[in-house]
Design a protein around this ligand. Structure first.
Ligand SMILES: O=C(O)CCC(=O)C(=O)O
Ligand SMILES: [Fe+2]
Length: 274
């Protein structure tokens, strides 16, 4: 039996954009080994959801224009700007000392990472996400507050809409296969997650160290690869003002081939969170 995953989600989005009929997509999924009821729920669910419109409309990014962005206590440099999907590579988001302090404070708290099961909405340890993680509650102390404030200013999105900063560490062989950061509307497990704060709309991944080999953040459908560099970040936005979701932001963490990889992630919601 086939498993519903991000690849199938991207396939469904592509076919909808191309105007394929509901019946033909259900038939293709059944042909690939999905039970009829699963195929029907995913295809009809996507068709009924205004969030997965046929064509995502790229409205204006909230992040400031220009080569350099004032984030209050420092200047961040824009190294790359991609409009479709909306992706920015940003340099100088954290100092080396800040990166080192975050890693030092996280090291003893690390736990094997979990992922949301698309069917149940529960958090599970799964093979496709081989990393350890921990998190900091929003503004839990002065140091974390200064970073939460800087990140909110950089993303130009209310601090109150952000989830707590999440830390991940991957060893050699560690990876995170391609996925969406938003909660796919057709997945039954998503409802519980969007009930508080609404959908996720944008992500900032900050690289806390240089990775000796491998470990890039990859966007397979956009053909983009971002190399981890200490203190730099990648921003991507997938939720527009109309509530549509951009499937082109499919992304993952490529396997680490040498050394280790540490990142810190901020997910922003539509509304106040927590
Ligand atoms: O490891 C990476 O570069 C990507 C991490 C990621 O996609 C996530 O934490 O949601
Ligand atoms: Fe992600």
């Amino acid at each position: 039996m086939s498993e519903w995953n991000a690849e199938w989600q991207a396939w469904l989005s592509d076919n909808r954009t191309r105007g394929c009929s509901v019946e033909s997509m259900i038939a293709a999924m059944v042909g690939a080994g999905f039970p009829l009821e699963v195929a029907r729920r995913q295809v009809e669910g996507a068709a009924a959801s205004p969030a997965v419109e046929a064509a995502y409309r790229y409205d204006r990014m909230p992040v400031a224009a220009g080569n350099r962005i004032d984030v209050g206590d420092r200047m961040v440099t824009v190294a790359l700007r991609c409009e479709r999907p909306q992706v920015l590579v940003l340099d100088g988001v954290l100092s080396s000392a800040e990166c080192e302090e975050i890693m030092a404070r996280s090291r003893d708290k690390l736990r094997r990472s979990t992922t949301v099961d698309p069917l149940t909405g529960k958090e599970d340890v799964i093979d496709r996400r081989t990393s350890e993680g921990t998190f900091f509650a929003r503004c839990e102390d002065d140091f974390i507050r200064s970073i939460d404030e800087r990140v909110a200013r950089l993303m130009n999105w209310p601090l109150e809409n952000g989830e707590g900063l999440q830390i991940l560490r991957y060893g050699v062989g560690g990876e995170y296969t391609p996925h969406f950061d938003y909660f796919p509307p057709a997945d039954p497990g998503s409802a519980a997650h969007v009930a508080q704060g609404g959908q996720r709309v944008a992500t900032l991944i900050i690289y806390l160290n240089d990775v000796a080999e491998g470990g890039a953040t990859i966007f397979p459908d956009a053909g983009l690869t971002v190399t981890p560099r200490q203190g730099s970040a990648v921003y991507f936005r997938y939720g527009n003002q109309a509530g549509q979701l951009d499937a082109m932001t499919l992304h993952g963490g490529a396997p680490v081939e040498g050394g280790e990889k540490w990142i810190m992630t901020k997910w922003m919601r539509e509304r106040r969170y927590g």
